[in-house]
Design a binder for this molecule. Structure first.
Ligand code: AMP
Ligand code: MG
Length: 443
């Protein structure tokens, strides 16, 4: 792990007192490293975990050419643009029960969705496109003068091309090819895809362990008797939720008072138990508490002023665990409840994903028309809570949630995303398009 000084030297114009939001992400991506411990898990347990190894498919999916429709399979080269095609039905192919005969020119096989295409047949006409009639065929029954009823279908011209409604062997996944990439965050669809290959277990990185505690003498744990000037600890719950949604193992250390011995014990325990430590509170300028002093004493820590709103102060660094020869990454977030969530989403979440070994690209920002004027000073990034909705004309619009105070947690509950007003951007006029970082599954 690099030191704060090394990374600072790598970055052009690094100024801890005036960092842009993008410089923060750049810094953190150089600070944190992916974990490497792996475990083998059954698919049900692997949801939300990160693949440690690519999954190579042992089979073709689908394993055979098969029908995409209920209908009739035939040789497509018989289709003519100007004349109907008349075919005699000579057999039936069911899903899971192939038809083993040979169909000649002028013949077709009734086929169900998923049934293997009979040999030599390449095209399926859906049953709703044909007219079916029955005809007597004389002398077909062995040594008998009686007639046999067979079905005849008529396919009107111009509806089909050779190869239609046939799924090709391996068109989803080819045998011996990579079906899932290393670093993939396993979603419901990736679990399903692994299962479709017959794969029962996958090699994943272990869960990232993140310890969290709140600081501040005014912070009350739930159940404590309210006293003047004190507030309940909401950060403990938002951080718990954000980390849990991300798939981390959360180590909850509660509230730690402004007492050097308690803070030292909390930081030491957190570093020993976790890969990353998140604290909230006590990092702002002129803060009278001991949090910053303890971070400085125990670790290699930078204290930043970020050109952003909300969430200007933040501490970042590492706390060594000497007897293990490793360090825990430290994210010292500001105390204000909205600032905690915003700095988590903007900086901590991408850094933790990198530590988790995930290769997920940042989700794209959405563009939406602002329904109102928004005041914005160039020279800092602002994150306003917004609600994106569909306008009557079908386009996307976004409205701020009103009071944007960094302690107004109800604004986060109302919003479905953060309007990102970029560093150089100035005032927004009604109708201007703005970028929105949607919460999607993060919140
Ligand atoms: P600080 O960054 O410590 O100066 O805190 C800024 C503001 O956030 C203060 O009003 C604190 O009371 C509030 N705050 C700090 N920690 C928490 C917490 N865990 N839950 C709710 N509010 C908090
Ligand atoms: Mg404080």
């Amino acid at each position: 792990m690099k030191t704060i000084e090394q990374i600072g030297a790598e970055l052009q114009g690094y100024d801890p007192q005036a960092l842009s939001a993008s410089a923060v992400n750049d810094f953190l991506s150089r600070l944190v490293e992916p974990i490497t411990d792996t475990e083998e898990l059954g698919l049900f347990d692997a949801l939300g975990r990160v693949l440690a190894q690519a999954v190579i498919s042992p089979i073709n999916v689908p394993p055979h050419d098969n029908s995409a429709m209920d209908g009739y399979a035939f040789k497509g080269d018989q289709l003519r643009p100007d004349a109907p095609l008349v075919l005699r039905v000579v057999g039936t192919a069911l899903a899971g029960k192939a038809w083993s005969g040979q169909a000649a020119a002028g013949e077709c096989v009734k086929i169900m969705t998923g049934a293997i295409m009979p040999p030599g047949l390449d095209t399926v006409v859906p049953q709703e496109l044909v007219t079916v009639r029955t005809e007597s065929v004389e002398g077909l029954a062995q040594a008998s003068t009686s007639s046999v009823r067979t079905e005849i279908i008529d396919i009107p011209p111009g509806l089909l091309q050779a190869g239609d409604n046939r799924r090709l062997k391996g068109e989803d996944v080819m045998a011996d090819r990579e079906a899932l990439q290393k670093g993939e965050l396993l979603t419901p669809s990736s679990l399903g895809l692994a299962a479709s290959l017959g794969i029962k277990t996958v090699s994943v990185l272990r869960q990232l362990k993140v310890a969290y505690f709140s600081t501040g003498d005014e912070i009350l744990s739930l159940g404590e008797t309210p006293r003047e000037g004190a507030v309940f600890d909401s950060n403990r719950y938002t951080v718990f939720g954000l980390l849990t949604r991300l798939g981390c193992q959360v180590i909850d250390l509660g509230v730690v008072r402004d007492d050097p011995a308690l803070l030292e014990a909390a930081f030491t325990q957190a570093a020993r138990q976790a890969d990353a430590i998140i604290t909230s509170g006590g990092v702002s300028v002129g803060e009278a508490d001991f949090t910053k002093a303890m971070m400085k004493k125990l670790g290699d820590v930078a204290f930043w002023r970020i050109a952003m709103r909300p969430g200007r102060p933040m501490a970042v660094g590492s706390i060594p665990v000497p007897d293990e020869g490793r360090s825990a990454v430290l994210f010292g977030l500001p105390g204000n409840p909205v600032a905690v969530m915003v700095t988590f989403l903007a900086f901590v979440r991408p850094a933790l994903l990198r530590m988790m070994g995930a290769n997920t690209p940042a989700p794209p920002l959405l563009r939406a028309r602002s329904t109102e004027a928004i005041r914005k000073k160039p020279g800092r990034t602002e994150y306003q809570r917004g609600t994106v909705s569909t306008a009557p004309d079908g386009s996307l619009q976004v409205q701020t949630t009103g009071n944007q105070g960094s302690g107004v947690l109800s604004s986060m509950v109302q919003a479905n995303g953060l309007i990102v007003l970029h560093h150089a951007q100035s005032n927004v006029a009604p109708g201007d398009e703005v970028d929105v970082m949607m919460f999607w599954g993060a919140i």
